[in-house]
Write a new protein. Structure first.
Length: 296
């Protein structure tokens, strides 16, 4: 690959998550260029995308993408109903369609030729690297990725698994891309289904817990808006403490004074088997995640 040629980044199936990732990359590239003299360039790939395209099925989707990305210096070219032409122009393809659509999208007439020798990044839950290689063709370098809905505010937790033929430069580029919308870690593909359950489904599980906390506040007399704000900020602060290095057990012990309201509430949670219920929730979601690629 010519190291002097510009890289083209194409989102194939640019829905809400694909648009969030595209926006994150556009923003990060502008920031990198403006702060190139002070940024940590050792963590930034040698080559970054400088051309951007998106493939969608409807004109309305194309208009949404153009509007969403209009404030960035790099414009986004939109292909409506013409995936093959969009992919032909790409060096990096982000596959963002529904999991059950992967086979049809990647085996469409002309698509394997368009993908030949290119880097394909899939955010389709439950679709294995081996299946993606089969659909896209043996020369396509495949990386499987699981971000979550918090990509929209660049607070995603993203898991990355790469095929054996993906080189270090490609892996560095993919990690950099997803580090622009939150945090990213690289794990073997065998961990992808549980990562989908924990990180992909996790926001829904946390939202239910947050809602229940707010309900408890309303039950005891708080206005709804204030109860929701208090529950959300408390969850955010707690997560920040853990991310700073404080172990959850130590945090819990620090708040639990003898004979106090916290230990009383924790005992009630343990009476309800909340810990095991949550753990089993992740187990069940993991088992379902493995079959998402074949479900319509």
């Amino acid at each position: 690959m010519d190291n002097s040629a510009p890289l083209t980044f194409t989102v194939l199936g640019c829905g809400t998550l694909g648009t969030a990732i595209l926006s994150g990359v556009l923003s990060a590239i502008e920031l990198h260029k403006s702060e190139s003299s002070t940024s940590a360039t050792d963590e930034v790939p040698v080559r970054l995308p400088s051309k951007f395209t998106a493939c969608v099925r409807r004109e309305a989707s194309g208009a949404r993408i153009i509007e969403t990305t209009s404030n960035y210096k790099h414009s986004v070219q939109v292909f409506v109903g013409d995936n093959v032409s969009g992919v032909k122009e790409a060096d990096i393809v982000l596959l963002g369609c529904k999991p059950f659509m992967c086979r049809d999208v990647l085996t469409a007439d002309g698509m394997q030729e368009a993908l030949e020798g290119k880097l394909l990044i899939s955010i389709c839950a439950g679709v294995k690297i081996s299946d993606l290689k089969q659909y896209a063709g043996p020369s396509t370098r495949v990386v499987r990725v699981m971000p979550n809905t918090a990509s929209k505010i660049r607070e995603s937790m993203t898991i990355i698994s790469a095929a054996e033929d993906v080189n270090a430069d490609d892996q560095k580029l993919v990690t950099w891309i997803f580090s622009q919308i939150g945090k990213a870690v690289v794990l073997p593909e065998k961990n992808m289904d549980v990562s989908t359950a924990l990180c992909g489904s996790g926001p829904a599980f946390y939202a239910l817990m947050l809602e229940a906390m707010a309900d408890g506040g309303v039950l005891m007399g708080l206005p709804r808006a204030e109860a929701q704000l208090m529950a959300a900020q408390t969850m955010k602060g707690t997560a920040s403490l853990v991310l700073s290095g404080l172990h959850p057990t130590i945090l819990r012990e620090q708040v639990s004074t003898p004979g106090g309201c916290t230990i009383s509430g924790l005992t009630k949670l343990e009476d309800g088997n909340v810990r095991s219920t949550i753990a089993r929730t992740i187990e069940d979601a993991t088992n379902v995640a493995g079959g998402l690629g074949s479900k319509k």
